[in-house]
Ligand binder design. Structure first.
Ligand code: BG6
Length: 483
């Protein structure tokens, strides 16, 4: 029995979203196209051809959404800025109408005493930069990113204290450059590692620039972390889980927090001839940038065993996920496909865990393990920037959505977070994913995460009415009791 520590009074109880998944207005008020605007229109890439052209129309309904946030008692709201609204062609003219939208949103949040947490990059690079420079494969993109950062730091740094640089760099590089499940639709592991290095440099530049321009603010990346477990106590399985930890987590976290790549992975990549080129200046830059906090997105981890080439198709009894791989595991769902990592770790089912309707393991204890491992290793305050349950929700005849399963999910995860807090982890806040229902990138609108139901489906926007779910009222009461 352990007496649980109380959450601090100023703990940021929040919810999160991302521009492409909610805003819509994809070509309004001077916005340029992003790589997601282009990719989602390639036939067969997303479920039913769904895209974010209208999404849940947050661009036009932000006032209503913020009012609902205040009714729920949110202390913080995490959202991302669409780079191509601010600089439509990526590194040219600044679009004042784009700035105006976020200026209004931020002011509206502040009016209701909701702390804005701004993500600079949630996967939607301007298409023009992809076309001109090959996007994140070119160092020119770093300069473009710096210009964009400078613009928004200058515009909003006086009111926005918390900033996230990159959302889930591990996911967007793997999905975009290795599995061709996301834009830019490339399947080349060497190019993935090269692009990933460029993003690391951009991350470091953004952090250093921020510290010069907004000294009173806090900035850090948000990482999609999955704890790794060995399937048995066989030391070979333990080693496999350690290898997976290095490839799936430390490869990014060590760079963010220590400014160095883990030797094991780097050596392995060099042997395979797929290591990124890292110059002396790059090393200096990576060392110089110090995040103020680490954002952690937590959904699930993975269980590993020593190399065995066969592994079962794990999605069979679940809803088909449109991606070709599980983004957090670095291994394909296709049983035939081989990867260089397979000699070092092999992902297997965890017999102790249940799964969501989309086959994601539900592992609340893994959340506590995550927070402890990350905090013990890097000693940086942690902001939970995402955690939540994607499910089919049903709107009942009386306009109610009884999502008790989501309440159970959030409740158990928050309890484990409180245990981690009691263990000594320094936590700044918790942003549930997501505030309203939104576009689930590849899985359309049927995979819902929100506290607020949005009346639209995969066939069209319907009337986009907002309907608070049962979890909305649960979170409202929970926040009230805990702050
Ligand atoms: C995270 C992303 O990977 O997981 C979100 O940051 C995303 O943008 C969320 O929506 C859930 O993933 P999915 O594929 O279920 O929508």
């Amino acid at each position: 029995y352990q007496k649980l520590k109380k959450f601090p009074k100023n703990f940021l109880w929040g919810a999160a979203s991302a521009a492409y998944q909610i805003e819509g207005a994809f070509d309004e008020d001077g916005k340029g196209p992003s790589i997601w605007d282009t990719f989602s229109k390639i036939p067969g890439k997303t479920f039913n051809g769904t895209n974010g052209d209208i999404a849940v129309d947050h661009y036009h309904r932000y006032k209503e959404d913020v009012r609902l946030m205040s009714e729920m008692g949110l202390k913080a709201y995490r959202f991302s800025i669409a780079w191509s609204r601010i600089i439509p062609d990526g590194d040219g003219e600044i679009n004042s109408e784009g700035l105006k939208f976020y200026d209004n949103l931020i002011n509206e949040l502040i009016r209701y005493h909701i702390e804005p947490i701004v993500t600079l990059y949630h996967w939607d690079i301007p298409q023009a930069l992809q076309d001109k420079y090959n996007g994140w494969e070119s160092r020119k993109n770093i300069q473009a990113f710096k210009k964009y950062c400078q613009t928004v730091f200058k515009a909003f740094g006086d009111r926005v204290k918390y900033w996230v640089t990159f959302n889930e760099q591990n996911v967007f590089t793997a999905m975009g450059y290795r599995w061709a499940s996301h834009p830019p639709n490339i399947s080349d592991v060497k190019r993935m590692y090269a692009a990933n290095h460029i993003v690391n440099l951009a991350n470091a530049e953004a952090i250093n620039l921020f510290h010069q321009m907004v000294p009173q603010g806090k900035i850090g990346p948000s990482f999609g972390y999955g704890p790794t477990y060995p399937i048995t106590a066989d030391p070979n399985d333990v080693l496999a889980a350690d290898n997976a930890d290095d490839f799936n987590n430390n490869w990014w976290l060590d760079v963010y927090c220590r400014g160095t790549y883990p030797a094991l992975v780097m050596n392995h990549l060099k042997d395979l001839g797929i290591a990124p080129e890292v110059t002396l200046d790059d090393k200096k830059l990576l060392k110089s940038a110090k995040p103020d906090f680490l954002g952690i997105n937590y959904y699930h981890g993975g269980t590993f065993q020593q190399n065995q080439i066969e592994h079962p198709d794990k999605t069979s009894q679940h809803e088909k996920d449109f991606s070709k791989t599980d983004p957090y595991l670095m291994q394909p769902k296709d049983t035939q496909a081989q990867t260089p990592e397979m000699a070092m770790f092999n992902n297997v089912e965890n017999p102790y865990l249940h799964k969501t309707q989309w086959g994601w393991e539900i592992d609340s204890v893994g959340f506590r393990i995550t927070l402890r491992r990350v905090y013990e290793k890097y000693q940086l305050p942690i902001m939970v920037t995402e955690n939540g349950l994607g499910a089919h929700d049903k709107l009942e005849g009386n306009n109610e959505v009884n999502d008790q399963y989501r309440i159970d999910y959030l409740q158990t995860h928050i309890t484990e977070m409180q245990r981690a807090l009691t263990d000594g982890v320094d936590l700044l806040g918790y942003c549930a994913w997501s505030f309203t229902d939104l576009l689930s990138w590849l899985n359309g609108y049927k995979k819902r995460y929100g506290f607020v139901y949005v009346d639209r489906d995969d066939n069209g926007p319907k009337n986009l009415t907002r309907i608070p779910k049962k979890s909305f009222y649960w979170y409202r009461d929970f926040i009230q009791k805990n702050s």
